[in-house]
Design a protein around this ligand. Sequence first.
Ligand SMILES: [Zn+2]
Length: 324
Amino acid sequence: MQSAQTMALNELKNIREARSAELERRRAELRGISSEYAAIEDDLQRAGNNLLRSVLNGGKDFDKIKDIIQSKQREKAALLRSLDLPGDYLDEKYNCDICRDTGFDDGGKKCGCLKELTAKYVIANSNMSEMMKEQTFENFDFSLFSPVPGPNGNAGLDIAKSAYDKAKAFADDIDRGGNILLKGGVGTGKTYLSSCIGNRALETGKTVYYQTAYKLCELLENVRFGKSDSEETEQAQSIKTYAEEADLLIIDDLGTEFLTQFTAAALFDLFGTRLMNRRATVISTNISFKTMDERYSARLTSRILGEYSVIKMPEGDLRRKKYE
Ligand SMILES: [Zn+2]
């Protein structure tokens, strides 16, 4: 996966190239149907070369050549009109007049259009689905949680509120590079709350990468064992780099991945790298700490997941089903 800005610059390059090709096509076509047009173009080409030579020779005949160019351009415009073509038929038309679709203004500063385009690719790179993009703190529906205390004395609603507040504080401070372990069963809103965090981070211009633990382990395996020159392996490698470097990484459903000694080590390597570089990570899981210790080795889980703040989702309220 390329960086969002590289992708945005590529798109601008494609726009410029498509336009050049189209203008070239129009010129060639006109030359084919009008010998008069071809002659004017040739004259303009010659005059342009003469003008350049004049500049290099200290400006000799500069004004005279300029007059020739202007008169030829008027001739060309009249010819286009006689062919029922608009006067700007052969002009460069930019999507953005500030940077002429280069992405940078004359002072070399990033243009607004490049920033906008980059933001579009940051969102695409996040790998969050259309449905997940609707799952925001603003859309969070507390009415799905029961206000009645359960057998353990806590009401689902109170637990949900506490989880929401912690998640929101975390999402508003991604730069701190904190870590969250979201714990809860199926249908308790783990993915929903992860999406809320991801969307808030995207809104504030952070780079985000969302992936299920299952799919992430597949990618890590591919990086390690895939054919080194295949496109798939290259793609997996660039996604792995993105997962290491994104401002926020969200791993959904830890514990559902196909586990080998290699994937366990690679997965916790990734978590460790992010911890070391102080990059924010959210992991959601349905498995208990005991199962984690058995699955990944107590050494790994205590060293890595020991650094995570735990957020518990309320258990066992069927009305919450809507959230997953
Ligand atoms: Zn621009």
